[in-house]
Design a binder for this molecule. Structure first.
Ligand code: UD1
Ligand code: CA
Length: 459
């Protein structure tokens, strides 16, 4: 048994989501790159000490698969309404005493503070049930909060069941609510599906409790957008937009310049240091950390990467990579997973790097491919250089090592596995099939060592 102030919670995620017209369960559609239902759980979990139950239905295996540990799953065999869904969760609340928060899996923007506000009001008021309402411009599709002449709460009426006068009410039910578990159990047994949709409405419990003289509280939220449900693709785009705005505003607040917020996309978990400038058409996807004083964009697309201070990225893609301070990337470069650039590396036009380490101050300026390579410091990778890391008929990828201060001439092919020693030089068009010793010059096809490198071999 839990103590009377421990909070339990039920998240409803078993609806059909018909209006989405999707094969994917509605609550799994991502907002800000994360399934909606997980966003609800993120905000709810910190205040839940008791059971946390997610009610699933059609496609529930897919929902279950993404749920974090410690969350109980209840199955609702048929989508017979939100009241029926909560009833399916009750067996998991056996032994729980005190408040139960109910939230809908399709309200991805709701914040922890709102849940806390709800529970605090519920406990302070000593209510049997407390619901969160909002006053909106366009209440279409939502349950209306009906109040008596003295302004006291009377009932929630679903739109389909509203009289014309009730339909004109602009205070709506957001779906977030909190119950004393005993009152919830009792009220759920009283539900009947006698309404326009033939469903068991959770929202009928409020009027039923109130009619029996129990106290029902209403908490009005100001920021309406955070509690809006997503029922259609249009509302999905609106939720995305709201979350994007919220994320960008927090970044600006913390000292990041966002030149055009309408053309900048940043996932909510991305961290960006102060005095970094985000130029238009920049997309920073989840798992990305950016330092301070950077200039990203126009057209920087970065995913799951760490970018150091004062880095510039122009019209380029960076994925699962680490870029140290003062690097310059682009235009038109592609850093693929496993790329690690040390400080002051320059990666220029049409350069692709994959699973490679590049040392401090090295330049990879033009049309080249480095794959599975370890490149030292102050190396010059000439235009058109290619590491041939893949051999026809031989499994696996082969490594290339280029040591400090080497100069790789234009159009060099490095036939891996191969090593170019420190300070060595390859001539333009060389096809390097054997290791080049440190300090030597190799030229030709296949490349042969011809002499010692001289200072005038431009470095
Ligand atoms: C619901 C409320 C309405 C409120 C609105 C706010 C009811 C009857 N109505 O309407 O007052 O204004 O939310 O967004 O509660 N679900 C189940 N099983 C079911 C039916 C629904 O788990 O049998 C889940 C859905 O997955 C969804 C949530 O409950 O996450 C809400 O269901 P939905 O059909 O979207 O309710 P609304 O019509 O939006
Ligand atoms: Ca809804």
């Amino acid at each position: 048994m839990t103590d009377s102030r421990t909070v339990a919670a039920v998240v409803l995620a078993a609806g059909e989501g018909k209006r989405m017209r999707s094969a994917l369960p509605k609550v799994l559609h991502p907002v800000g790159g994360r399934p909606m239902v997980l966003r609800v759980l993120d905000s709810l979990r910190p205040l839940v000490g008791g059971p946390l139950v997610v009610v699933v239905g059609r496609g529930g295996e897919r929902v279950e698969a993404v749920l974090p540990e410690g969350v109980c799953v209840a199955w609702q065999p048929f989508p017979r309404g939100t009241g029926d869904a909560v009833r399916c969760a009750l067996p998991h609340l056996e032994g729980h005493r005190g408040p139960v928060v109910v939230a809908y899996g399709d309200t991805p923007l709701v914040q922890e503070a709102t849940f806390r506000q709800l529970v605090a009001a519920h406990l302070q008021g000593g209510y049997a049930a407390t619901l969160v309402s909002a006053v909106v411009e366009a209440p279409a599709g939502l349950g209306r909060v009906v109040r008596g002449p003295d302004g006291s709460f009377q009932q929630v009426v679903e739109e389909a069941d509203c009289t014309p006068e009730q339909r004109a009410i602009r205070e709506v039910n957001t779906g977030l609510c909190c119950f004393e578990v005993e009152d919830l159990r009792e009220a759920l047994t009283q539900l009947v599906p006698q309404n326009a949709q033939g469903e068991y409405y959770l929202t009928d419990t409020f009027g039923w409790l109130r009619a029996r003289g129990r106290r029902v509280g209403v908490v009005q939220v100001r920021e309406v957008r955070q509690v809006m449900g997503v029922n259609s693709r249009k509302e999905l785009a609106q939720a995305e937009e709201t979350l994007r705005r919220r994320t960008l505003e927090a970044l600006m607040e913390s000292g990041v310049t966002v030149v055009d917020p309408d053309a900048t996309y940043v996932a909510p978990d991305v961290r960006v240091g102060p005095d970094t400038v985000l130029l238009p058409f920049t997309v920073l996807e989840e798992g990305t950390v950016v330092g301070s004083g950077c200039q990203l964009g126009p057209g920087a697309h970065v995913r799951a990467s760490r970018i150091g201070d004062r880095v510039r990225v122009l019209w380029s893609v960076v994925e699962e990579s680490e870029v140290a301070e003062d690097c310059r990337i682009g235009p038109y470069a592609h850093l693929r997973p496993g790329t690690r650039l040390a400080a002051r590396v320059v990666v220029g036009n049409f350069a692709e790097i994959k699973n490679s380490t590049v040392g401090e101050g090295t330049k990879v300026q033009h049309v080249s491919y480095l794959g599975d390579a370890t490149v030292g410091r102050q190396v010059n990778i000439g235009a058109g250089t290619i590491t041939c890391n893949f051999k026809y008929g031989v499994p696996g990828k082969h490594p290339t090592v280029i040591e400090d201060g080497a100069f790789i001439g234009s159009d060099t092919l490095l036939n891996a596995p191969v090593r170019v020693g420190a300070g060595a030089v390859t001539g333009a068009g060389a096809v390097v099939t054997k290791d080049v010793p440190p300090g030597m010059v190799a030229v030709g096809v296949p490349a042969r060592v011809v002499r010692r490198a001289r200072p005038q071999d431009e470095r």
